[in-house]
Ligand binder design. Structure first.
Ligand code: ADP
Ligand code: GLC
Length: 478
């Protein structure tokens, strides 16, 4: 394959190294997907505590003095086929806890920590390292947001920039007084550039300086221009509409395929026996006995995900024969609400609070349906896992959920194209109606089988999206 160009991707998470959400899946999947269409992508990310040992023997490819109170060293290695650049700056990243927070909550110097990551990204892109220099720097979310800004303000030396918004709710806010400390030019502190409601936002900084802005679904790209979804940044999206586009995420079908999944009893559209066995195993694992549809939720427990609606709609769903297995963690109030349901409906509601990748595979394999009642959803991955595993997605028709699930309307059923159930708006009334439809469809063996088959055949791999990113990069080259 002819090499089309080089991309330096900069992000705070990357599967299989560290993950708190779908961002990591996408950052980890892109290099492989893009290699298939001739693009050479390397990923720069922080060497968090758990990653330092891994990189200890890797060759050093960059050294940055004066990196917000210490030295940063970048080491390069290959993990699961991905060329990874780990920024080891112990004073910023060698800490107990997750990427953004420790035992006491969010780190107070998050602005500086990810400014440092972005600073190194911009410098490595501008100057190149070990004979490799990118054509494009691709920043993800607010954590990478300052990288395009540093290139724009400090000289890009021909390197083009893209920023991808995975979730506009996280904006990387900092006080205006941090302008100098974040190495940003005072001359750009005005509403048309860096100023954001009297302060700074590293996401906005990336959005005003990058050559292209992408987000992770076409519908979310359109939603972002509206106040309900733009969360303060709708004006920036509108002003830069000519460079905004939505490219749907894919899923890694090497990991998520019922035919080959090493965590589950295998099955396929042609031979569904394994799915029935997986369902029985899942019921046994959660202590459930469910005559109707067995639904699952695999999610961060936050307001975004609409988890608070579940207690409102569940009693009727249970009364109609349904059951629910829940895996997730997050907001303590939502975790408590889920515990309440588990106690109230023994044998019908199962719960695991925590994070468990292998269990999530067993859940998709065993489930009849996956519920995703999000208030907003830039793309969403679990509805796509649901499609692939024949666990019919029941989703709010927002963002990427609207772009990936074809509602089982009478017309779609007649045309034989339905893949799940969508509802709108995200409230208990519409959600309850969607669950009634799920129960009804489950009772119609022929209709159910048809939708399940359509779902499992629906393409959710990276091919189309990789081609779209490749075209985007190509369009930036001279
Ligand atoms: P978001 O990134 O907003 O959380 P996505 O749907 O894009 O939403 O991605 C979430 C990813 O995290 C999926 O791969 C999902 O399976 C996974 N996930 C979420 N919660 C858990 C959990 N408790 N255990 C295992 N995997 C989880
Ligand atoms: C964010 C979004 C999610 C998306 C993921 C990967 O976490 O909340 O919808 O799928 O990023 O792009």
């Amino acid at each position: 394959m002819k090499m089309q160009g080089r991309v330096l991707s900069v992000a705070s998470e990357c599967v299989p190294l560290i993950k708190t959400g779908g961002l990591a899946d996408v950052v980890g999947a892109l290099p492989g997907a893009l290699a298939g269409v001739g693009w050479d992508m390397r990923v720069l990310m922080p060497a968090y505590r758990a990653l330092r040992a891994l990189a200890a023997d890797w060759p050093e490819v960059w050294r940055e003095d004066g990196l917000w109170g210490g030295v940063g060293v970048v080491r390069m290695g290959v993990v699961a086929g991905i060329t990874v650049l780990l920024l080891d700056a112990p004073h910023l990243f060698d800490r107990e806890g997750g990427p953004y927070s420790g035992p006491q909550g969010d780190w107070e110097d998050n602005a500086q920590r990810f400014a440092a990551l972005s600073w190194v990204a911009a410098r490595m892109a501008r100057e190149g390292f070990g004979g490799w220099r990118p054509d494009v720097l691709h920043a993800h979310d607010w954590q990478g947001g300052l990288a395009p800004a540093y290139l724009a303000y400090g000289g890009a030396a021909g390197v083009k920039t893209v920023i991808t918004i995975h979730n506009i709710a996280f904006q990387g806010w900092a006080a205006a007084s941090m302008l100098g400390e974040l190495r940003l030019p005072a001359s750009e502190f005005h509403p048309g550039a860096l100023e954001y409601y009297g302060g700074l936002s590293s996401l906005k900084a990336g959005m005003v300086t990058a050559d292209r802005i992408t987000t992770v679904s076409p519908t979310y790209a359109a939603e972002l221009a509206r106040a309900e979804y733009g969360m303060g940044l709708q004006g920036v999206i509108t002003a830069r509409a000519d460079v905004v586009s939505g490219i749907l995420n894919g899923v890694d079908t090497g990991v998520w395929s019922p035919e080959t999944d090493g965590d589950v009893l295998n099955y396929s559209v042609k031979s569904m026996k394994g799915k029935a066995a997986a369902r029985a195993a899942l019921c046994a694992e959660f202590g459930l006995d469910v005559p109707g549809p067995l639904a699952i939720v695999v999610s961060r427990m936050t307001d975004q995900k609409g988890i608070d609606l579940i207690p409102m709609v569940l009693p009727d769903f249970i009364a109609a024969g349904g059951g629910l297995a829940i895996l997730g963690s997050g907001d303590p109030a939502l975790e408590a609400a889920m515990r309440g349901l588990h106690q109230r409906f023994p044998g019908r509601v199962g719960l695991r609070v925590g994070y468990d990748e292998a269990l999530s595979h067993r859940m998709f394999a065993g489930a009849d349906a996956v519920l995703v009642p999000s208030r907003f959803e830039p793309c969403g991955l679990t509805q796509m896992y649901g499609l692939r595993y024949g666990a019919l997605p029941v989703v709010a028709a927002v963002g990427g959920l609207a772009d990936t699930v074809i509602h089982a309307s009478p017309a779609a059923m007649a045309a034989g194209v339905a893949t799940g159930i969508t509802f709108h708006p995200t409230d208990a009334i519409a959600f309850a109606q969607a669950l009634r439809q799920l129960v009804q469809l489950y009772g119609d063996q022929k209709g159910w089988g048809q939708v399940q088959k359509n779902a499992m055949k629906h393409p959710v791999g990276w091919e189309t999206s990789a081609a779209a990113y490749a075209a985007l990069y190509q369009g930036l080259l001279p």
